[in-house]
Ligand binder design. Structure first.
Ligand code: 3PG
Ligand code: CO
Length: 554
């Protein structure tokens, strides 16, 4: 593209220092004891809401506002940060896979035709998250793929499941395994040799992200490829039920297991000549496995065996690395993101988070693209996350370190945009530990304070928002909004929510007459990019969703 030059904004000046802060998993909901943000001491976020008329509002962060198939789809970090960074709404992986399955195009395209020759003599392996969470994968899509592949010649199918409990209720894994077992039994009835071969909890097996802990991927590799795991069972339903009985066990962290036959032999290791599909559509937690399955040169762990397979992702997960090289459905083409415009206009950017969310403000922000647009103008800093713990143990996570690093970047005056993600309310919210989530929210609020104090010192501007809800509602509710009891107990909600998120703007560099427009009541995350492009003193590209702000005359 040639025309990267942005028009100067007629009223707003350039060269401001703008802090863009994303609180991960911070939605707006009624005051309630299960609203950890309400329970926590959060004076900074509260002050935005109370004291700045026209400078605080809510944004839609779920469903169609972020390109998901239905209004029942909760927001998530991938689609949220895509929308925040790209300023437009793209039909996202979940929806693209739905369409490709419905039209049958998935079976006509390159990816499926690439793996198909292996059906002749090899096994088709399907690896992914088994739930209907709709964040990384969806059960109904897997069911359709199983049916479609078997109708098109797959005679031997092995499923390698990852149990969820993070985008869905803990304990729901059993039901999902039972459901898929029924489908596999039906296939067997039709003469297809189809069964579950291995499994494990998503946070302990396979689905690490941003190279936080390769051991997670290795555990999966051992079970899926080598057919080795500490636990062996004859059936997956039994495996999940039994492993859940262990002390402190939950779906997210189930240990790896393999299914063995009556002779104790693993039923489905991946071997030369097989086909493999990773059926998650979401990128971040599949990239590491994709590397292990695809890269000839690979040194992150000892693969022991590197089978010659035909591998396709549900989607291509990384547009820059072109990984994997074969995929069943083309990913959304998230082009001309704000980051790319900013470098073309000389705007210097600093982006920072800790490992578990680092890719959110870089990779997702830039349209699922790794690396810099222009390393002379951008600096991305990753603060190492604690590994090997669940974040309720350290709910403050690295919020302080992220804030201090952002403060340093702001005070250095070397950057125009200082962008951070504060993970606490999301990462601790996902553990379902309500007390720890309260601590997490307080820590995130303190981090925001450090950043806006630095902005105050340099006369800059801040924009504080969130990518989706999580910590503001930690309980499953019935239709009238009351906690839904099961056996007399509440059911803790570990997942995201459908709630809107706040956005606040301010700082000494923001002229008094800049306010949120009142004519965009349905504004969502995709309106944020045009907003901060204005705060940098430019008009946003004409096809971006409109800016949320106006410069009033009064
Ligand atoms: C995860 O991957 O941790 C959850 O499924 C979704 O959380 P995120 O969208 O906030 O990353
Ligand atoms: Co989350």
């Amino acid at each position: 593209m040639d025309n990267w030059k942005l028009k100067e904004h007629p009223q707003l000046s350039r060269n401001n220092i703008v802090a863009v802060v994303v609180l991960d998993g911070w939605g707006e909901f009624k005051p309630d004891k299960y609203n950890c943000i309400h329970v926590a001491d959060t004076p900074t976020m509260d002050s935005f809401k109370k004291s700045a008329p026209g400078r605080w509002r809510l944004l839609r962060a779920h469903g169609s506002a972020v390109g998901l198939p239905t209004e029942d789809d909760m927001g998530n970090s991938e689609v949220g940060h895509n929308a925040l960074g790209a300023g437009r709404i793209f039909a996202q992986g979940a929806k693209l896979v739905d369409l490709a399955l419905a039209s049958g195009k998935i079976y006509q395209d390159e990816g499926f035709n690439y793996i198909k020759p292996s059906f002749e003599t090899g096994t088709l392996h399907l690896i992914g998250l088994l739930s209907d969470g709709g964040v990384h994968s969806r059960l109904d899509q897997l069911q359709l793929l199983l049916k479609g592949a078997s109708e098109r010649g797959a005679k031997r199918i092995r499923l390698h499941i990852l149990t969820d409990g993070r985008d869905v209720l803990d304990g729901s894994s059993v039901g999902f395994v039972e459901t898929i077992e029924k489908d596999l039994a039906e296939l067997r009835g039709k003469g297809v040799d189809a069964q579950i071969a291995s499994g494990g909890g998503r946070m302990y097996v396979t689905m690490d992200r941003y190279e936080n802990d390769w051991d997670v991927v290795k555990r999966g590799w051992d079970a899926q490829v080598l057919g080795e795991a500490p636990h062996k069972f004859n059936s997956a339903v039994e495996a999940v039920k039994k492993l859940r009985e262990q002390p402190n066990a939950n779906d997210q962290y189930l240990p790896p297991f393999v299914i063995v036959d009556e002779n104790g032999k693993a039923v489905g290791p991946i071997v030369d000549g097989d086909a493999v599909v990773t059926f998650n559509f979401r990128a971040d937690r599949m990239v590491m496995l994709a590397k292990a399955l695809e890269y000839e040169d690979f040194d992150k762990f000892d693969r022991v065996r590197f089978p010659k397979i035909r591998y396709a992702g549900m989607l291509q997960y990384d547009g820059e690395l072109k990984l994997p090289s074969h995929y069943l459905v083309s990913p959304p083409e998230i082009d001309r993101t704000s980051g790319e415009y900013l470098v073309h206009n000389g705007v210097r950017t600093f982006a920072c988070s800790e490992t578990v969310k680092f890719g959110h403000v870089t990779f997702f922000w830039n349209g699922n693209r790794s690396g810099y647009f222009d390393s002379n103008l951008e600096e991305y800093v990753e603060i190492p996350s604690d590994s090997g713990i669940t974040f309720n143990v350290q709910p403050k996570m690295k919020a302080l370190e992220i804030a201090e690093r952002a403060k340093k970047a702001i005070l250095s005056r070397r950057f125009h945009q200082v962008r951070v993600n504060l993970p606490n309310s999301d990462m601790v919210g996902h553990t379902g530990d309500i007390e720890a989530t309260v601590v997490a929210c307080k820590a995130a609020d303190e981090a925001v304070k450090i950043i806006i104090d630095a902005i105050e010192k340099v006369g800059g501007i801040y924009l504080v928002t969130a990518d989706h809800g999580n910590a503001e509602d930690m309980v499953k509710r019935n239709k009238s909004g009351e906690p839904l009891l099961k056996d007399g107990n509440i059911q803790v909600l570990t997942s995201h929510t459908l709630k809107p998120v706040p956005i606040a703007i301010g700082g000494p560099g923001l002229p008094d007459d800049v306010k949120f427009r009142t004519d965009l009541p349905n504004g969502g995350l995709a309106n944020v990019a045009a907003t901060f492009i204005n705060l940098h003193g430019y008009e946003a590209p004409s096809d971006y969703e409109p800016s949320l702000i106006e410069v009033t005359d009064d």
